[in-house]
Design a protein around this ligand. Structure first.
Ligand code: 3Y8
Ligand code: NAP
Length: 249
């Protein structure tokens, strides 16, 4: 009996969940519980960590999970590493549903940095109006650069912020070029800081930066462990069919 676990939290995970539900494949959609109101899914959901590799291994066994799709964000490196380790221990097939990294186009002015710390260093220097579009979880790391006026885009209303000069927009994606361009013009943005998330949900700020002739500090993705990587819902269905799942056709 098939029971698919989808490690979610991305546009691609949501597209997969819709198709899996339509096909009547038994599946569970998993959120970390990072935000107050995660988007509802057409599948049974679970919210919260598993408790590391051992917790996930136990979960896989206790719920007779037959397949895992890691459709988490490219920066969710700990979850992806845990999924590789736990699926190996529990002998459960694993595949990642990923999206390619963004690449510079004509008119882009990107400065690549290897990680969040590299972005913090790149913000040394005279005060600017910075669109710090990296979410909430790593804001403290930017505290050494308080001189800038920051525009923050967060999923939920924040508590105390680690930066003195901030404007906060509470908004979850997917975002549009028109809205991001208007937002960045309204705030007189001079520099954008972005993770290389890839996908369509967050690329609007990059297209807006290009249109406005603004530089971007682009944070490269963390290294992820070796695993099967698929890049479309169709490829996931094919992978499932080849590992014995009846797709309800
Ligand atoms: C809880 C679940 C969809 C999927 C929406 C995608 C697109 C919009 C772009 C900007 C960048 C950022 C952030 C972002 C994007 C999609 C996708 C994506 C970036 C939700 C969601 C959860 C989260 C967690 C949240 C993080 C934060 C990161 C905001 C749902 C909306 C900045 C990543 O406050 C917090 O604790 C937020 C935490 C991890 C990164 C951070 O460090 O703060 N995502 N985002 C997931 C869970 O609990 O398991 O409610 O939908 C999902 C989405 N976020 O089609 O609706 O697929 O990438 N999410 C980044 O890329 O830098 C926003 O503002 O331009
Ligand atoms: P992370 O740093 O890789 O994971 C930290 C811990 O959070 C994991 O070890 C696990 O806890 C728990 N976790 C993460 N994703 C989970 C999931 N889908 N289901 C259950 N537990 C999960 O992860 P993150 O970067 O905080 O991302 C958390 C969630 O937000 C993921 O669903 C991801 O897809 C989504 N997201 C993240 C970003 C981003 O920029 N990082 C952007 C968009 C969406 P245990 O060890 O206790 O199991």
């Amino acid at each position: 009996m098939t029971h698919l676990l989808i490690l979610g939290g991305t546009t691609e995970a949501n597209a997969l969940a819709k198709t899996v539900a339509e096909r009547g494949i038994q599946a569970t959609y998993s959120y970390a519980g990072r935000v107050d109101n995660p988007r509802p899914q057409p599948l049974p959901m679970r919210v919260g960590g598993f408790g590391g590799v051992d917790g996930l291994t136990t979960y896989l066994r206790d719920h007779a999970i037959t397949h895992v799709i890691d459709a988490t964000h490219p920066f969710a490196a700990q979850m992806s590493a845990n999924a590789v380790a736990a699926c190996h221990k529990a002998d459960v097939p694993l595949a990642a549903l990923t999206r390619p990294a963004w690449v510079e186009q004509d008119g882009d002015d990107w400065q690549h940095v290897p990680d969040i710390d590299g972005a913090v260093v790149a913000l040394s220097g005279a005060p600017q109006r910075v669109f710090l579009a990296v979410g909430r979880m790593h804001l403290e790391e930017f505290a050494p650069q308080p001189q800038h006026r920051y525009l923050l885009r967060l999923v939920d209303e924040p508590g105390a912020l680690p930066l003195p000069n901030c404007d906060v927009v509470v908004s979850r994606g997917p975002f549009t070029l028109a809205d991001d361009q208007a937002l960045m013009q309204r705030h007189g943005i001079q520099l954008v800081v972005s993770k290389n998330a890839g996908g369509l949900g967050a690329r609007a700020k990059l297209d807006a930066a290009r249109a406005l002739g603004l530089p971007v500090v682009m944070i490269d993705r963390p290294a992820l462990p070796q695993r099967v990587e698929l890049s479309s819902v169709a490829q996931v269905l094919d992978w499932l069919a080849h590992s014995g799942v009846n797709l309800g056709v």
